[in-house]
Each structure stands twice: as C-alpha cells, then as structure tokens.
Design a protein around this ligand. Structure first.
Ligand code: IPD
Length: 281
C-alpha cells in the first residue's frame, strides 16, 4: 500500500517517548492531596495533557493523518492512516505509582471505529517508569529498547496450559467484573498462575517478550490494544477474538503458537459460558 511503515514506527517511538516523559516529569507532587475534586480528576488531567502532546507532535510530523485517542480531541485526515492513542494505559497504576503504565501509540489503516475493519501497521508502547519501549512495524519484527540496548522479541515456546503464566485484566463496570471473576474461578486451577499487571498495552507486550505465555481480556477498547497487538503479532504471537483471528470487544486473546490452540479454546469457552453477551467496558 506504499506506506513507509518503518518511518511510521519511528514517529510512534518519538511521540510515545515524549509523552511518557511528560507524565513522569510533570506529575503533580501532591496527587493524593490535590485541590481537585478527586484523585481521578488529576489523573484525567495528565491523561489529557499527554494526549494533547501526542496529537500536537503528530500534527507536526504527519499533518495529513487522522488521529483518535481515549481522551477528547481527535481529528480527521486524508492519508488513510489513523493514529490511535492511549495517553496513559494503566491509569490506576499511575495513580498509585506502580511502575506499570504506558503511553500507547499506533498507526492503523482502515477504520479503527469499526471492529475488524482496521489493522495496525506501526506502533510503540513506552513505559516511562521502567524506561522500556516496545515497538514494531508490520513485517519488521518487534523490539524492546531499554537502558541496556535493543533486543528482538520472541514469544514463549510453552505448549502446556498447566505450565503457563497467563495475564488478564478487568473492566471498570461491576457487572462485567463479576463475570470476569467467574472466568477466573474456572481458569486459575488450570494454569501455572495468573497476573493482573494493570495495563493491557503492557500485557500484550509481555506476551511478545515471553514474560507471559498468554493473555486474554474482554471489553478492551481499540486504543488499549492497537499498538500492543502489533508488537505481539510481530514477535510471533497468535491472536484472536471470540470467533475469528481478529480481536473484538468481547474477547482479545494472544499466546505463542504452541499454546494458542488450547488457550484460545479455553478462554473462548469460558467467555461464552460466563460473559453472556457483549462486555460493557
Ligand atoms: C485499562 C488497563 C487495564 C485493563 C482495562 C483498561 P486504562 O486501561 O489497560 O489493564 O484491564 O480494561 O481499561 O483505563 O488504564 O487506560
């Protein structure tokens, strides 16, 4: 399609880094004793500032592209590329200074508002608390750039569900959480252990680098997963949704190819059994 996806990756990397530094460097000292009406307000303010910076930088470097994010303030474009931005994925971790939050920036083609009608071609997920940057472009492999240098990522070769470390996450609505808890009750006895790290973008990258053997979650938004999905796929992961090989709002699952058939079968079954209709975020 004539796109220079390596150049798009370089843009994603630069803007994710810049916004990640902002959320750390400009974090208010008094998050917990803020004059704002609630702590969440303060986090929302940093989410907005991060997204504004990302969108400003993208407008300078890619003026013809569209952009959308978790916060208000996207724009339309003419190039066919849309930037999909989560300005702070892992908001609760950010609030508590748990070092597992990230700025997620993806370039996608197609319509990111329509499930299955888009695909990411480049992306970056930057965790400023650990200085880890996960990045990829379509067909180019996935990489982790950390203080110690850059490494090419590969998913784990685990094949045995009982030996697998599995990540997941939960939505914000109580009704959704009750169903997700029932899925966990059935899953936990069948796997090595479960992790709930608190950032879907970082969970997808954790599968890419073998820190998790598999990951699943229902109710994800496109900005939570666009960049991380590409990183996982480019590291050799298999990925899908409730039915096909495209993640959807009901279910996103990913695992290495050895584990994927059994893992997908199980999390699809459990999701169908317990989720009972579309997830509610
Ligand atoms: C959330 C995180 C969390 C996941 C939730 C997401 P946010 O994103 O990715 O890990 O379980 O589903 O909403 O709200 O921190 O940007």
């Amino acid at each position: 399609d004539g796109l220079d996806v390596a150049a798009l990756e370089a843009v994603a990397v630069d803007v994710a880094r810049a916004a990640g530094r902002l959320v750390v460097d400009e974090r208010p000292d008094d998050l917990g004793m803020s004059e704002k009406s609630s702590r969440t307000d303060v986090v929302t303010e940093m989410d907005q500032r991060s997204q504004e910076l990302v969108l400003d930088l993208l407008a300078q470097r890619r003026p013809d592209d569209a952009a959308m994010g978790e916060e208000e303030g996207g724009r339309t474009g003419t190039s066919g590329v849309t930037w999909v931005v989560d300005p702070i994925d892992g908001t609760t971790n950010y609030l508590y200074s748990v070092p597992a939050y990230a700025v997620s920036v993806a370039a996608v083609v197609g319509d990111p508002a329509v499930p299955g009608a888009w695909r990411a071609v480049a992306g970056a997920v930057f965790n400023p608390a650990t200085d880890e940057l996960f990045h990829a472009h379509r067909g180019g492999g996935a990489r982790l750039t950390a203080r110690t240098g850059t490494t090419v990522l590969r998913v784990s070769t685990e094949t045995d569900l009982a030996l697998s470390l599995v990540g997941t996450g939960f939505g914000y609505a109580a009704a959704t959480r009750a169903r997700q808890a029932r899925i966990l009750v059935d899953l936990l006895p069948q796997v090595r252990d479960i992790r709930r790290a608190g950032s879907a973008a970082l969970d997808l990258c954790a599968v890419a680098c073998g820190r998790l053997d598999g990951y699943y979650e229902s109710g994800l938004n496109v900005w939570d997963r666009a960049a991380g999905e590409l990183v996982a796929l480019e590291a050799g992961a298999v990925l899908g949704g409730l039915d096909g090989d495209v993640a959807d709002r009901d279910l996103t699952w990913t695992a290495g190819p050895g584990l994927a058939p059994v893992f997908a079968g199980l999390v699809r079954d459990l999701t169908r059994t317990h989720l009972g209709g579309p997830a509610q975020g």
